[in-house]
Structures are given as C-alpha cells and as structure tokens.
Design a protein around this ligand. Sequence first.
Ligand SMILES: Cc1ncc(COP(=O)(O)O)c(C=O)c1O
Length: 393
Amino acid sequence: MQTKDLGFNTKMVHAGHPHDQYGSAVTPIYQTSTFAFDNAQTGADRFAGRADGFIYTRIGNPTICALEKNVAELENGTEGIATASGMGAVSVIYMALLSQGAHLVSTGSVYGPSRGLIEKQFSRFGVEYSYVDTSDVENIRTSMRPNTKMVYLESPSNPAMLVTDIRAASDVAHRHGALVVVDNTFASPYLQKPLDLGADIVFHSVTKFINGHADVVGGIIVAKDVAVCKHLRTMMVTLGVNMDPHQAYLVNRGVKTLSLRVERAQENAMKIARWLEAHPKVEWVRYVGLPSHPQHELVKRQMSGFGSMISFELKGGYEAGRNLMDNVRLATLAVSLGGVETLIEHPASMTHAAMSQADRLEGGITDGLVRYSVGIEDVEDLIADLEQAIAKV
Ligand SMILES: Cc1ncc(COP(=O)(O)O)c(C=O)c1O
C-alpha cells in the first residue's frame, strides 16, 4: 500500500507492512535465519543486487524490513536500518561516519553511554570530540574545526531536558561540511521530525516510545541520503548488530499505537509537572511543556507536543530523591522510559553513572535529579502516589 502522502496515524498503522500470500493482516514473524534460492543464478543475482529478495536475516528479513519501512516513513526519511539496540544504532553511526582524526561536536548532557563510547573507545582510534551545551548554538559554532565530521545532538536531552535548535545547528554544521545526527528517542517521530528540520540522520532507541511496552530492546536509524543509507546498512550488517525478527514483530505491533500513547502520556505529564512545580517540597521541575522551561518557545516551534519526560529535584537533594524512589508504590523504580507504565530513576547513580560528576554537572545533571517517565495510567493515581511518597521524605 502506498502511504507516503497519507497522514501520520495512517502511516503508523499501515506503512511498510507487506501483503503475503496468505493475506496476513499483520506482518508475521519470519523466524528464519536464511532464505532458500530457487537456483544458483537467483542466489548470485541476490548477492549482486540484480534481484530483489532476502538472503540471510543479518542482512535482511521481511519482519524487520516492515519496521524499517514504517519508521522511515514516520520520520520522512529514505530508508530505515533496524538494530539490536539503541546503542547498536549509535555504534553503527559512529563506525560508519567517524574515521581516525575526525572530530565530533556533541550535546554535553547526551545519554551517558553515547558519550562514553566516544570518550573511552573511539578516542583510542584517534577520534577527537567536544561536548558542549548545544542548547546555545553559538557553542557549536565555536567548536567547529576543519576536521569536524559530525554534529551529534540529543534533543530534548536525557535527563537534563535541554533543547537544541536543530535547524540552526544544522545550518552551522552544513556550512562546515559536517553531518548532523539527532537522537530523537525522547520526542519520538510523532512530536519531532529532525530530518524536516535539516538533520541528515535520525535514530531512536525503539526500546522507548516507538515500541512503548517495555518488552523489547532495539534501535533504528533513518537517513535521507541514499549513499549514507547504504553505508549505514553495510556497517550494520558487517558489525552484526541486526534486529531479530521476534523483536521486530513486537515493535511492529507497538508502533501502531505510538501517537495514542504519546498523547495520553503527555496529557498526564503536563498535569504532574504543574502539580510538582506548585509543591512546597520541590526545588525545581524541568518539563519542556512548562513556561518555566528556558527553551519553551523553541520547543513550541520545533516540536508538535511536549512529551512525557519530567526531571525534578526535591528540597533535600540526593537523600530526599532516594527516599522518594524508595517510597513510590505505583511508579516502577527502573531505568528506561517511554512505556505505557510510569518509571522513576536516579540518573547520577544509574543511567549516567558512567559520566564523571563534573561532566554531569556541566550538562545540568545534578546529584539530586530524579527522572520521571510518565505513563498512561490515571493521572489522579500517579499524583496520589507521588503525594504519599513525598510526604514521607
Ligand atoms: C536518549 C537515549 N539514547 C539512546 C539510548 C540507548 O538505547 P538502548 O538502551 O536501546 O541501547 C537510550 C537508552 O536509555 C536513551 O535514553
């Protein structure tokens, strides 16, 4: 079915799903490692790219392909490349596009392991880096060097909720011949389309909003340029970080309700953020939907909604936050985000523990910061849960 010119919700449900010989209403799990060729010539033609058809699941598989086509359309890109995890996607992007002597400019408060991979691993191969506050595009401009090959942004960033002007950052990067990569995990393609804002590559930890049910780890990359897509796919296949058909089946199911889940969760998040902001025991709240967020106006221009991620700190800092996490009953104390269930976690000791305290503070991640991923439960129940837990602090 041709879905390119149809609306987001229609694409979400239909884009990419093939119609097999049985008329299956959903894409089945093609749980096979390899695909038989009719004869030797067909095999040779498929390997040479002269004939369509699947070869081997690390290279491609119908269940995975359906997801890749679906998310490529949701992001208004050319091709999707599914990976075993979000970090698999990050690894493919770095490996494909950063060579010895290349320089990367990135968001200081980026997801910890995305930064750790550059600082601890790629630096061993001579990759240079500058982590800066990209919410001020001037910092990107002044960090550009003749060897800058990539501007890697995360917006909104996890968990500092800093927002980068993707269009302005892309203008700066392109003037210096660098590619722009955006981690769109926090927003999802429903709320933000980086490729439309000038970025070259967008990726997701589909573990989060795209799948949305906390039962899959996975990633996906979408790019615009055909040659870049081909290069990224070759790297994914060579590194062997492909998604598995069963994973893809679950994500194909999850993505069909993306907009409904995001709408409901962000409605809850707005009410909770306002409630937290008015609470006497709360020191500060960072939610991109609140007028108190320093980039609220940019968010309104760049995103079509505010999402469901909230960071806040209680008066009493780390000890108070720890106490809160031990006392919530409805929210699950767990890392990850973007699922139908509400999760709470402590970045400084969990997701961002790999970063030094100095780097965390520079990126706005204080030791007392609590990250709250709002789900689709009844908001009254979530607020009551927070209320009883905060009362015990
Ligand atoms: C913003 C962001 N990017 C990338 C990742 C990595 O994804 P995964 O855990 O699927 O490897 C995460 C995981 O939490 C994340 O929050």
